[in-house]
Design a protein around this ligand. Structure first.
Ligand SMILES: [Fe+2]
Ligand SMILES: [Fe+2]
Length: 389
């Protein structure tokens, strides 16, 4: 399940690299009339720079892992090499589906619910516990190592996107309770858990992962230990309920650690683009950007310095990865509005837009930089435009 698109891109760029090396030979020079202009026109001084990595991956088009209780598809550096700092998982649970008790050793887990209803339980190292119900538009954040489980409340299948703050993370290599107990001697388990040795003969021997269980009751049962203190830093944030930032071409909702204190390593965004909208040219000084297309289509163009630009079109179920500091913009495509789930690997949201930047300079400097007249400079925007119609 190596990336379809990402690997195609790798192939394309490696051909380009090969050309850069080979173009010094007379034979290739003689044949250069056959080389596409994009390649042959590359200036000499840029040839030592590495080509841009592929930044598109079709996560929903991948095979994933299917069990009785649900399924999961993932994109980490194995499938999508550019995504060093974040890994994504698209998970579905059937009603009663249980993502068993587990923790993640190397990454925190951030989630956005697209469809359905889920109940989570989580324990923090301080012994505080929390169980909460999530519906569409809600976000959870489990810090690295906190033990947790997920159950689908029904009546429909739940679909949610998980993003982990380490691209080397694999959902299929997490620390699951059955994997651990199944590989621990029954005598030790009996001593630890107050049951006879025979009780452990029928527990799963290997990781159960996603189990088909019973739909939990609408009113949550009390936790087994009724004396546990409630968590003081909720793991739940209702992102879709936020008042959005509104622009002529769309709107966005941003949740950083300011609004959601436990979310200490990432910032989440839901961005809605009206048909024909343009998310203006900008970059993020402090973070990589991970995108999942929930609905609609868009074209993303990135700029990686040294004359390197690349454009890809995205449709629902595909992800994009834009490296920290890379310039980029998004053009909405098609008649259906586009909704994008975005995650940044910093708890503080930062961006610099082209319009805002030009407004922060004196007119004569801008005129000299572009060879514009004073009248032309006067027409340029002075502040960030966000999403243009
Ligand atoms: Fe998890
Ligand atoms: Fe961006």
């Amino acid at each position: 399940m190596k990336s379809n698109k990402a690997s195609q891109q790798d192939k394309r760029f490696s051909r380009r690299e090969l050309f850069s090396v080979a173009s010094s030979t007379a034979a290739v020079a003689a044949a250069s009339f056959a080389i596409p202009r994009e390649l042959s026109a590359e200036p000499q001084e840029h040839k030592h720079h590495a080509p841009l990595q592929g930044f598109k991956y079709d996560i929903e088009g991948s095979e994933g892992r299917v069990t009785a209780g649900g399924s999961a598809k993932e994109a980490n550096v194995d499938e999508f090499p550019i995504s060093e700092s974040m890994a994504g998982v698209s998970m579905r649970l059937h009603p009663g589906g249980l993502r068993e008790l587990h923790w993640h050793a190397i990454a925190a887990e951030w989630a956005y619910v697209i469809k359905g209803n889920i109940r989570t339980t989580v324990i923090s190292p301080s012994g505080e516990a929390e169980s909460a119900d999530f519906g569409p538009g809600d976000v959870w954040y489990f810090p690295k190592g906190h033990g947790h489980a997920l159950q689908c409340l029904g009546p429909e299948e739940a679909h949610f996107i998980l993003v982990f703050d380490d691209g080397h993370f694999s959902e299929f290599g997490t620390f699951s309770i059955t994997d651990w107990m199944g590989h621990t001697s029954p005598e030790i388990l009996a001593r630890n858990l107050n049951l006879p040795v025979s009780a452990f003969s029928s527990i799963p021997r290997d990781e159960a992962y996603i189990i088909q269980g019973n739909v939990p009751p609408a009113i949550p049962e009390d936790l087994r230990n009724a004396t546990l203190p409630e968590n003081q830093f909720p793991h739940k944030f209702r992102l879709a309920q936020m008042t959005p930032f509104r622009f002529s071409g769309g709107e966005e909702r941003i949740v950083s650690s300011k609004e959601f204190p436990i979310q200490k390593t990432v910032t989440g965004v839901i961005q809605d683009l009206k048909p024909g909208a343009l998310r203006e040219l900008h970059w993020h000084p402090n973070a990589d950007e991970w995108q999942y297309y929930i609905s609609g289509r868009s074209r993303v163009t990135i700029f990686g310095a040294h004359g390197r630009v690349a454009t890809e079109e995205f449709r629902p179920g595909q992800i994009a990865f834009i490296k920290q500091g890379f310039g980029h913009f998004v053009e909405q495509v098609g008649d259906e509005p586009t909704r994008i789930l975005i995650l940044f690997n910093s708890p503080v949201y930062e961006e610099i837009s082209l319009s805002g930047w030009l407004g922060a300079n004196p007119p004569a400097l801008v005129a000299d930089n572009f060879g514009f007249s004073a009248e032309q400079v006067a027409k340029l925007p002075k502040a960030s435009r966000g999403i243009l119609s």
